[in-house]
Design a protein around this ligand. Structure first.
Ligand SMILES: [Zn+2]
Length: 317
């Protein structure tokens, strides 16, 4: 069985190692290192990358990976290997920000370059030092500021290994999406390596349901891959809802926004999902569902502008 090599450290089957990958320095001079926790069973099997915090303020993902590490799951692998990176974008994390300090998005900077912007350098350290060593990835994300995501997994449309992995994870919602240009998922897909992008909750805020569903899905995937023995007394997941299209319902006007219905529920065409009120009492506009679907995200902002994303609706195949 092959050795895994991550940033000058060789990890043999049966060994665990924490590898610190240097990405740069803060203006204060402090070195920034991405921590990759590598776990290897003696028996051969797939190498799974479990990562979070590519967007530094998406804390539910970071917490999911942290709890899996704390629970010692990966120390009991019966086959294969796990590379767990709880926090990719340390710069964003310490600034409570999605991006790196220059405002660039790491997940739009892949494959990256060590001569490029900071986002590009962070991306490069993953593509160069980690991606060649792994077979598949679960990338944990969280919704935006005030934008809540119902626990869901996005996988690459038309890529059979990605669909298989998504069904093994079996989040409450599975959504087929073409990969975004210059995202990690796209770069990995170009190498034939499937990536699941998990989404759950809002940025900078714990969401118990998202954390629980993220952990449960990862557990199911590890068991389905034969990497972990089935947990005693595990409750099987309800069958996932599978969708292949989604779209946003946007604010028809600016004002005070109140939703009547939130994520995780079926919606009917014409049903009133929320209202937008003029703050001076000069009128109200209702926001109807454009067609039948299932709500996978909604906006918790009290004040919205015209065109703001309000409800994310997934549609049947
Ligand atoms: Zn994200």
């Amino acid at each position: 069985m092959e050795s895994i090599l991550i940033h000058k450290t060789i990890i043999e089957p049966g060994n665990n190692e924490v590898v610190k990958i240097p990405v740069g320095r803060l203006p204060s001079g402090n070195q920034i290192r991405i921590e990759a926790h590598v776990f290897r069973a003696l028996a051969p099997g797939p190498v799974l990358l479990v990562m979070a915090g590519v967007h530094g303020d998406e804390i539910n993902g970071v917490e999911i990976v942290r709890r899996c590490l704390e629970a010692g799951w990966f120390e009991t692998l019966v086959s294969g290997s796990v590379v767990a990176i709880p926090l990719v974008n340390i710069y964003g994390f310490i600034n409570f920000s999605r991006e790196v300090p220059d405002g660039k998005d790491v997940n739009r900077a892949f494959p990256g370059s060590m001569k490029g912007s900071l986002a590009s350098r962070v991306a490069r350290s993953l593509t160069k030092k980690v991606l060649p060593q792994i077979d598949m990835t679960v990338d944990f994300h969280t919704g935006g500021g005030s934008l809540y995501n119902y626990p869901q997994v996005r996988y690459s449309k038309g890529h059979e290994p990605s669909l298989t992995l998504a069904r093994q994870f079996s989040a409450p919602v599975l959504l087929a999406k073409p990969p975004i240009r210059k995202s990690f998922r796209k770069v990995a897909l170009d190498l034939g390596k499937p990536t699941l992008v998990f989404e759950g909750g809002e940025s900078l805020r714990y969401d118990a349901q998202a954390i629980e569903k993220g952990m449960a899905g990862l557990r199911r995937l590890l068991e389905a891959q034969g990497m972990l023995s089935p947990a005693a007394g595990a409750i099987p997941a309800r069958p996932a809802r599978e969708f292949v299209r989604s779209g946003w319902v946007r604010a028809p006007r600016a004002g005070l926004f109140l939703w009547h219905k939130d994520s995780g529920k079926a919606v009917r065409k014409g049903e009133v999902l929320g209202v937008i009120n003029d703050p001076h009492g000069n009128g109200q506009e209702v926001v109807p569902a454009p067609k039948d679907g299932f709500m996978i995200g909604h906006n918790n902002a009290a004040v919205v502008n015209q065109g703001d994303a309000l409800f994310h609706i997934a549609y049947e195949a």
